[in-house]
Design a binder for this molecule. Structure first.
Ligand SMILES: [Zn+2]
Length: 210
């Protein structure tokens, strides 16, 4: 698939709101936590809970730091001096923590990220950082999978990119249907991984799924 026909998500281009630049103050966020504690039936002014709103907003700032980071920034530094290397590059087993956008419940999982370079490569740690940028936002697994593969394709312009994610959704295991031990697997492919079954097979073989 050529880049010209590749659907570039509007969301990829948009600079997201970050805790540092949005219009909601830290004080307002802490007050919202107090309201939630009162709604649960507890007293936010009791000793054990007085510092909780500040701790929660700090923790949320960390869990949702992906809103203040841009994939374009981390994928902009590339290298061409690779001694003719032209095979698949894959980082397997990238652990991540995310939160589902429907319940704000944890999604704990592992991502495998690969691309077939078109001369240019990026630092391997950038693939893990790319996963974190999207994991540290409110998510559904399907969207996160597509966003990672699409941003690789758009900003690195490889011959193809492939992403597979396996995750445990706490909104399904700790509430609602309460099914423990299940996991959800999603995958997304661009370029040769989408158009050529042999490249897709190689990716699946490398992640241990065939
Ligand atoms: Zn959910």
């Amino acid at each position: 698939m050529s880049n010209a026909t590749f659907p570039v998500s509007k969301a990829l281009q948009k600079k997201p709101l970050s805790p540092n630049t949005n219009s909601v103050s830290r004080e307002a966020a802490e007050e919202a936590v107090r309201v939630l504690i009162r709604w649960l039936g507890d007293d936010p002014s009791r000793e054990g809970l007085t510092d909780t709103p500040a701790r929660v907003t700090r923790a949320f700032g960390e869990w949702f730091s992906g809103y203040s980071e841009s994939p374009a920034d981390i994928l902009s530094r590339t290298f061409e001096e690779v001694a003719g290397y032209d095979d698949i590059v894959i980082v397997r087993g990238i652990g991540f923590e995310s939160f589902c956008e429907h319940h704000m419940a944890p999604i704990i999982g592992t991502a495998h990220v690969a691309y077939l370079p078109d001369r240019r490569v990026i630092g391997l740690s950038k693939l893990a950082r790319l996963v974190d940028i999207y994991a540290r936002r409110l998510q559904i697994q399907e969207k996160m999978t597509a966003e990672i593969v699409n941003s690789l394709q758009v900003f690195l312009k490889p011959k193809g990119a492939a992403v597979m994610i396996r995750a445990d959704h706490h909104c399904m295991s700790t509430r609602g249907i309460r099914k423990h031990g299940t996991d959800t697997v999603t995958s997304s492919f661009t370029g040769v991984f989408r158009s050529d079954p042999l490249w897709q097979q190689r990716f699946l073989h490398l992640v241990g799924l065939c």
